[in-house]
Design a protein around this ligand. Sequence first.
Ligand SMILES: *[C@@H]1O[C@H](CO)[C@@H](O)[C@H](O)[C@H]1NC(C)=O
Ligand SMILES: *[C@@H]1O[C@H](CO)[C@@H](O)[C@H](O)[C@H]1NC(C)=O
Ligand SMILES: *[C@@H]1O[C@H](CO)[C@@H](O)[C@H](O)[C@H]1NC(C)=O
Ligand SMILES: *[C@@H]1O[C@H](CO)[C@@H](O)[C@H](O)[C@H]1NC(C)=O
Ligand SMILES: *[C@@H]1O[C@H](CO)[C@@H](O)[C@H](O)[C@H]1NC(C)=O
Ligand SMILES: *[C@@H]1O[C@H](CO)[C@@H](O)[C@H](O)[C@H]1NC(C)=O
Ligand SMILES: *[C@@H]1O[C@H](CO)[C@@H](O)[C@H](O)[C@H]1NC(C)=O
Length: 471
Amino acid sequence: MRSTTFFASILFVARWALAIDLNLDDPESIKRAARTAADGMMQWYDGNKTGGIPGLLPGPFYWWEAGAMFGSLIDYWYYTGDTSYNDVVTEALLFQVGADVDYMPANQSKSLGNDDQAFWGLSALTAAETNFPNPPAGQPQWLALAQAVFNTQKVRWDETSCAGGLKWQIFTFNNGYNYKNSISNGCFMNMAARLAMYTGNTSYNEWADRAWEWSRSVGLVSDTYLVYDGTDDNLDCKELNHLQWSYNSGVYLMAAATMWNITEGATRDQWQTRTQGLLNATKQIFFYPNGTMQETACEGSHNCNIDQQTFKAYLSRWMAASTKVAPWTKDTIMPLLASSAEAAAKSCTGGDDGVTCGTSWTGGWDGAFGVGQQMNALEVFQSNLISTARGPVGNSTGGTSQGDPNAGSDSGSTPITYASSHQQSPPSANLEVVLTFERYNAITTGDRAGAGILTAIVLIGLVGGGYWIVT
Ligand SMILES: *[C@@H]1O[C@H](CO)[C@@H](O)[C@H](O)[C@H]1NC(C)=O
Ligand SMILES: *[C@@H]1O[C@H](CO)[C@@H](O)[C@H](O)[C@H]1NC(C)=O
Ligand SMILES: *[C@@H]1O[C@H](CO)[C@@H](O)[C@H](O)[C@H]1NC(C)=O
Ligand SMILES: *[C@@H]1O[C@H](CO)[C@@H](O)[C@H](O)[C@H]1NC(C)=O
Ligand SMILES: *[C@@H]1O[C@H](CO)[C@@H](O)[C@H](O)[C@H]1NC(C)=O
Ligand SMILES: *[C@@H]1O[C@H](CO)[C@@H](O)[C@H](O)[C@H]1NC(C)=O
Ligand SMILES: *[C@@H]1O[C@H](CO)[C@@H](O)[C@H](O)[C@H]1NC(C)=O
């Protein structure tokens, strides 16, 4: 009896001690917390095991999420100097480039929107900016991969409706082809701004400007810098889906901050106002008054889908990166990342390992788990090391990645078939959630006008691509 009780209490203590202990004043403590979250995340990955396919996560995690995950591991190396995952990251990023070397593998076409492709391209771009070890000569190089993604998207800029913008989807056979959305246009702008900064080639600036002006013109970015999810190009982008997701705000925030960095004079002043406005709105919408980050549209109602469960990772990532290019944002951003990291650590007490992280950061573990929860915690922990990290390099400031301004121009030479992966819907607005949110909204705020607009959008979705809802 005695020994059993004794044993049980040892186990209890051991388990208790496993909760993530985070001291933000101690870089080593932050690194340990990041390592714990990263290890938990990589438990899901079997792409480097016998029979596994490098770069893919098992269902229900979509192809794009894997691309984002490898980006979080490049960040991990950048912040901590720990090279443990580097080989597995390089293998995955090179394996998934596809036949045209532009992150459009034919057998992922069913889940391949502009945003999905962009998340892989952004990971390659981060690798270039951080001087992540270059692939061997003869292999695709980080900068050229990012340029390939940018170049293939540039030619998809679509003036046939809404006076411009990128559609969400690349292929007509995918649902959402008529949706022009913030994450696709925001990622495109983000890549353009960062490529401008890396290469010093001003033709990228023009594209960043164009993407921004267009997003403002249709109201995806509002006069008060709220970022709405998307709009239907069958209606000439006259109606908006007003859902707000943290990654949409984050992706424009970092793009605007980068534009501030590389412009001058009155143009720079404009970018300062925009960056500040986006930051204000981000703080207002995606943080509780006590500074804890939340995925506002789905977290309170426990309705975040697999994709949405990852968005706080990118908001954390892009807020931290913004402080490097627009240092005056630091005073606002750093306290938010600190309070959120502390709150996140408190959520990481779940699972068999006792350090599994949850979705919501408002208390202890909430019972949720997955790649997204681990990635959110990883990115928010390590972003607290940003002041000790080097800023992004460019080709005249120590960057060593080999570029190719014409990369991706062969795209389309490999026929895309209606090939199936295990996945279906890409990461943007999910109408199932729109419906849920509409109900939630109507009940909690009585905002029937807002609900009416959402209903209209849902009906458009039903007519335009009812498949979204039915499947
Ligand atoms: C796969 O990568 C992980 C790092 O995430 C490593 O710990 C593991 O040993 C690798 N597995 C194989 C079979 O190489
Ligand atoms: C996709 O294609 C690659 C390269 O041809 C192949 O190695 C991989 O097994 C395929 N993946 C799936 C999920 O079919
Ligand atoms: C940087 O890249 C730009 C554009 O590709 C090129 O014109 C310039 O010569 C490069 N500078 C250096 C130092 O490599
Ligand atoms: C600058 O970028 C544009 C757009 O990608 C490209 O067409 C052009 O060749 C680049 N110029 C240089 C000097 O690299
Ligand atoms: C951002 O918020 C600050 C403080 O609340 C305010 O002074 C400023 O005018 C706001 N800026 C913009 C561009 O919204
Ligand atoms: C922060 O505020 C949220 C919402 O009121 C609350 O649920 C959470 O427990 C608070 N967190 C802390 C650390 O006080
Ligand atoms: C622009 O960003 C670089 C890279 O982080 C940084 O070194 C530089 O100080 C920034 N410029 C300004 C004016 O803050």
